[in-house]
Design a protein around this ligand. Structure first.
Ligand code: GTP
Ligand code: NA
Ligand code: MG
Length: 346
């Protein structure tokens, strides 16, 4: 169905943090996949993208939504996974540039680590709103899990000593954030999300806290970022993630469409190592909803696709496209040379 202006697009949510804090595992839990176990050394080395449909969001927050009286108005959510390993600063920077809001994952057992701090600095320099997922709560001694439940409610049901361990560790993270000039508070105690970072306890193993996290992000985006996530049908904003040869498809480029639309047969300009290349889109593909773009799947063909979305584009002449550069569409009334010049600007 055609989408009109004056409607919200899906927000882009970037997951960032130190290596092995559980970023990919959290996504696996939401998707019910095992992407992390298939990674070399369990280390993420690329930017990932997963689209969650509105129905999935509703479903995942159901344990909390009634009590919070939430109506999901977002058409969906595009979640970007980034590597935490120190050598991928450029990918964290790209991810944080693309997103509307971020989830900074901190290992409750470790507190702030070097790439936590690097991520914090990136987010602050770009003024990106974010929440903290305090992950691995299930590692508190004696933890009694309620699978896929609210972490706020789970905490209330823990024995005294277990809750105390959680409180002590959470207080330490809060203090470490304070030392970096950030106010932080457990999300249910946070009365001023504009100036205080919310901490959402989670476990990627038990699924606890995922309803809380998705609910909080949904509310923040649809209530506070409405301007930012307005859908603009005529304003294509699209960035190349990587070039990939795919069996049966030939050369493809994985992209993130932030806003606007892309169509089959659109004439586009792509930045390559040899300069701007004009080509036309042979196919617009996405993985099914709740599946990772960087994992080969039964791709869905689209005549037309709207941002925000992770999209695989098939076209000729794209093998030397440059990651991080924009793609532009040549419209009926556009001058091809003008667009070529514009695309190579950044
Ligand atoms: P990079 O992408 O390489 O930066 O790592 P990551 O942040 O994506 O972490 P990943 O999902 O690879 O998880 C790292 C390890 O922590 C894996 O062995 C996970 O099984 C484990 N892990 C992740 N989340 C949790 C959690 O909530 N509880 C426990 N107990 N283990 C977890
Ligand atoms: Na990892
Ligand atoms: Mg990962």
């Amino acid at each position: 169905a055609a989408r009109s202006a004056a409607s919200l697009r899906s927000p882009i949510v970037c997951i960032m943090g130190h290596v092995d804090t559980g970023k990919t595992k959290l996504l696996d839990k939401i998707r019910q996949t095992n992407v992390q176990e298939g990674e070399a050394g369990g280390i993420t080395q690329q930017i990932g993208a997963t689209f969650f449909a509105k129905e999935t969001l509703k479903d995942k927050v159901a344990v909390l939504a009634q009590e919070a009286g939430l109506e999901v108005r977002l058409p969906g959510m595009l979640v970007i996974d980034t590597p935490g390993h120190e050598s991928f600063t450029n990918l964290r920077s790209r991810g944080s540039s693309l997103c509307d809001i971020a989830i900074l994952v901190i290992d409750l057992m470790h507190g702030l680590e070097p790439q936590t701090i690097e991520s914090l600095n990136l987010l602050r320099s770009k003024r990106t709103p974010f929440v903290v997922a305090l992950n691995k709560i299930d590692r508190c001694y004696g933890w009694k899990a309620t699978a896929d439940g609210s972490s706020r409610l789970s905490l209330q049901g823990q024995d005294g000593a277990t809750r105390e361990e959680f409180e002590t560790r959470a207080a330490r993270v809060r203090m470490e954030l304070n030392e970096r000039g950030l106010n932080a508070e457990l999300y249910w105690k946070n009365e001023d999300p504009a100036s205080t970072v919310s901490l959402v306890p989670t476990s990627a193993i038990t699924g606890e806290g995922i309803p809380d996290l998705l609910l909080w992000i949904t509310r923040l985006t649809q209530e506070r970022l409405t301007e930012q996530i307005m859908f603009m049908p005529d304003l294509l904003e699209c960035t190349v993630l990587e070039v990939k040869a795919v069996e049966g498809l030939g050369m493809t480029i994985d992209t993130i469409i932030v806003n606007g639309a892309l169509r089959e047969n659109d004439r586009i300009v792509v930045c390559t190592l040899d300069g701007p290349v004009v080509t036309s889109i042979r196919a617009v593909l996405t993985p099914p909803p709740s599946r990772e773009l960087r994992i080969k799947s039964e791709y869905i063909h689209h005549k037309e696709i709207y941002g925000a979305m992770g999209v695989k584009i098939c076209a000729q002449g794209i093998e030397r496209a440059i990651a991080g550069t924009p793609i532009m569409v040549i419209g009926k009334d556009d001058n091809e040379d003008d667009i070529k010049e514009e695309v190579m600007k950044d």
